[in-house]
Design a binder for this molecule. Structure first.
Ligand SMILES: [Mn+2]
Length: 288
């Protein structure tokens, strides 16, 4: 099991020093650092190369997590916005090659955080499918997998369940386009989390893990971790298992994730690392 975390665990801003975070992630026992995919567009080739070499030397893999902005939403009714969205996604894929990053994940099919101004689901779905056919071909050409994240009803009106995700991928019909299943969202929308993983089967290209309140895996009592571990074995899942723990109140990260209180227990930097290290051990114990 290759265990990772979203980079924003450690901070309140989306802008970070990835070189420092890569070292910190490795020190916590992590195998994967999930970075902000849109950040790659603002990085120079030299910066991408520095991060690629740093990660390679550390034995750390990089995944790229995207929440597209509204003006680059491929589900938009405006053809110019859709065209900008396709260009944006293809641009990110090409930057990922320079980083030797093989997986783009997230709500790539619309914008995030979604504003729910347009809730014509069928039309949003159809437009996003057409654009993802183009982006899916580019991903395949570059050897990259796109894992579309199934989100809960408060974050998306397109994909809320694995059943919908499978239909969406079938409509796209491109081998590079698969699914991301996230326990936080599944806990809200699926009847049974283990069954949902088994239903998705080999279409699961990426997994996000977190407690129901987005705390670190293993720190709560509600999430059926043993069942989740068994389901991943049942589907012979070999991809990354990436945490998305959001504990810090305030700042642009806390505001976007809607963290309205401190969930860290007043942790300082050292304590944040200690808690991450413990959670990595917990996830590894699920493999046994
Ligand atoms: Mn997620």
């Amino acid at each position: 099991m290759r265990i990772g975390t979203h980079f924003a665990y450690w901070g309140r801003t989306w802008t970070v020093d990835y070189i420092a975070l890569a070292k910190r992630a490795k020190a916590c026992g992590l195998d994967v650092l999930e970075v902000g995919a849109d950040h790659l567009l603002n990085m120079t080739d030299a910066q991408l190369e520095e991060l690629r070499v740093t990660a390679k030397d550390l034995g750390l893999e990089i995944s790229a997590n995207l929440g597209p902005p509204k003006d680059k939403d491929i589900s938009s009714a405006d053809p110019a916005v859709r065209a900008a969205g396709v260009e944006f996604l293809c641009g990110i894929l090409n930057q990922m090659v320079k980083l030797d990053c093989k997986i783009l994940i997230g709500a790539c099919y619309n914008h995030w955080p979604y504003d729910f101004v347009d809730i014509d689901k069928e039309a949003l779905w159809a437009r996003a499918v057409e654009c993802l056919k183009i982006v899916g071909d580019e991903a395949e050409r570059l050897g990259i997998t796109i894992a579309l994240e199934i989100l809960n009803r408060f974050e998306s009106c397109i994909l809320n369940t694995v059943e919908e995700g499978l239909k969406f991928c079938a409509d796209i019909g491109k081998p590079a386009v698969k699914l991301l299943l996230d326990t936080f969202h599944m806990n809200i929308e699926e009847d049974n989390i283990g069954d949902a993983f088994r239903l998705a089967g080999d279409m699961v290209a990426h997994v996000h893990v977190g407690e129901a309140n987005r705390k670190l895996p293993g720190t709560g009592r509600n999430m059926p971790w043993a069942e989740i571990g068994q389901a991943l074995k049942d589907i012979n899942y070999k991809g990354m298992v990436v945490m998305e723990p959001f504990l810090l109140y305030g700042g642009e990260v806390g505001d976007a994730i809607k963290v309205w209180r401190d969930l860290s227990g007043g942790a300082d930097d050292a304590k944040m690392d200690e808690m991450m290290t413990e959670s990595v051990k917990f996830l590894r114990s699920l493999e046994a």
